[in-house]
Design a protein around this ligand. Structure first.
Ligand code: MN
Length: 491
């Protein structure tokens, strides 16, 4: 078992990478959450606070901005306790409160069947669009939940693991957070495909047996050659590849490839791009490269931005070994992706390293993930541009065009609700029927049972095709009835 995680340990970790940060607020958040969750336990029987604390540790381990770590401590408070978001805002300010709010919104919908699945995805897109930092908290939350799945009933284990594998991990991957993607996949793997997990694990153990010394020899040899060529090495390490990605590779290659280079790679980090190519040259001079396995992701990055040089060589006594060569910056980006932008930066405090074009990236991400889902025929993938996502009071997600109003929302839910739409409550406040809805609004329609039909004036502000056509149709019908009344003989 891992050693017990403490708030002291968390503060220490944070001070390790963010020496000037306000750890008092971290402690306060911990005490606050601990009080709020007082008396609650996890399925495992442990006090509830162990969960947000562990999730916070997961983010601190990858040196994430202490503000996000603090919000992580509070992430389950509004959903599971009497304490409200307002209380959190009063105590911790609006930034932390809005992060917690994002997480709380994500938590309301549970995965049930394909429809829920898609809704769940949409919900995540809303959260990402609003504040991508929320996703980091969600990933950490999920990683910890997966490590404690053992105490849940099997069906629930399966559901949570499947959702993590099919929704969370791809999103983490698409955001370029390889570290989180790998953790999510490897933790879910054994619950979703238990037999395959056992098999793959055995293969790995078998193949790696007695190879540790071998990898080390190759590593040392490479190190000497590179040094004598005059290139500085920041680090050179052998690393085991992730189990789930190994499994996927096995499937792709018809179970035929289970060589050591599928299991271990040697990663070399050097100061500059020129050094990367220099190292590649050195390696190829010493060992013969395998044809077709030299990949230059530096000049041609992967779609998620991944950069590195890869090569597989025939090393000592003919065994194949893969090398990955990259700069520090590429490494940071590869492991943490967008999360790297919220790494605590000692010099400038917390500063996104570069502007992320969120709207654009998001559209791509949606397309990507949705394309990988089955049964897409029935789904429109047109909610890419200028869409807003609002919620029903039950937490279902409705996507509407930008500028949509409560009337559009009402018609989207049901024609009758549209036709009898009386007034609207948006985020607990009465709203005008022509008010433009905003991303993340919770909308409730109050029906006016006495209403005969839609008001033709609504045509001046509704945005959706559905609403327009129903209002027009109803106006036409009214005219028709009026005309019929006028021409038909009176009783
Ligand atoms: Mn949680």
């Amino acid at each position: 078992m891992a050693k017990t995680l403490t708030i002291e340990g968390l503060v220490e970790k944070i001070l390790g990478y963010a020496p000037d940060s306000d750890t008092e607020i971290v402690r306060l958040a911990y005490e606050f959450a601990k009080d709020a969750h007082e008396g609650q336990t996890r399925r495992s029987g442990e006090p509830y606070i162990t969960h947000p604390l562990a999730a916070a540790h997961i983010l601190a381990d990858i040196r994430i901005d202490p503000v996000i770590v603090t919000a992580t401590l509070l992430h389950d408070v509004p959903e599971d306790t009497e304490v409200t978001l307002e209380d959190i805002e009063k105590n911790f300010g609006s930034d932390i409160a809005s992060l917690v709010r994002g997480i709380t919104k994500l938590g309301k919908l549970k995965y049930r069947g394909v429809e829920r699945y898609i809704e769940n995805l949409r919900k995540m897109f809303v959260a990402m669009a609003e504040d991508a930092r929320v996703m980091l908290i969600k990933f950490a939350d999920r990683v910890h939940n997966l490590t404690t799945l053992g105490s849940l009933p099997p069906q629930k284990q399966y559901r949570i693991a499947l959702e993590s594998l099919e929704i969370y991990a791809p999103i983490a991957g698409r955001l370029g957070i390889a570290e989180m993607k790998g953790q999510l996949e490897d933790l879910s793997f054994r619950y979703v495909y238990p037999k395959e997990y056992a098999r793959v694990k055995n293969i790995r153990t078998e193949k790696l047996q007695g190879k540790e010394g071998y990898i080390d020899t190759v590593r040392t040899h490479a190190k000497e050659e590179i040094a004598s060529a005059g290139v500085t090495i920041c680090s050179i390490e052998g690393r085991e590849k992730r189990l789930f990605s190994f499994y996927q590779k096995l499937i792709r290659k018809d179970n035929k490839m289970a060589r050591i280079y599928d299991l271990v790679a040697i990663r070399i980090i050097v100061p500059s791009v020129a050094d990367c190519y220099a190292v590649l040259g050195v390696l190829h001079k010493v060992w013969k490269p395998v044809k077709g396995r030299i990949k230059d992701y530096i000049s041609q990055p992967k779609p998620n931005g991944y950069q590195s040089l890869h090569t597989t060589v025939f090393s000592e006594n003919g065994e194949l070994v893969e090398f990955q060569i990259r700069t520090e910056e590429m490494h940071e980006e590869a492991e943490f992706g967008i999360a790297a932008h919220w790494h605590y930066d000692e010099k400038g405090g917390r500063l996104p390293k570069k502007q992320i074009q969120w709207a654009k990236e998001l559209a791509e991400i949606q397309k990507d993930i949705l394309n990988n889902l089955t049964d897409l025929e029935s789904m429109k993938v047109d909610f890419l541009q200028n869409r807003i996502f609002v919620f029903t009071p039950k937490g279902d997600v409705i996507d509407l065009p930008d500028g949509a109003t409560p009337v559009d929302f009402a018609y989207h839910i049901h024609t009758e609700i549209g036709n009898k739409c009386g007034s609207a409550i948006v985020n607990d406040n009465i709203a005008k029927l022509d008010a433009a809805l905003k991303n993340g609004d919770v909308v409730e329609i109050i029906m006016d049972k006495g209403r005969k039909g839609p008001n033709p004036d609504w045509l001046s502000f509704v945005k959706t095709h559905t609403a327009k056509s129903h209002i027009k149709l109803s106006a036409k019908n009214k005219k028709l009835t009026g005309w019929l009344k006028s021409v038909l003989p009176k009783k």
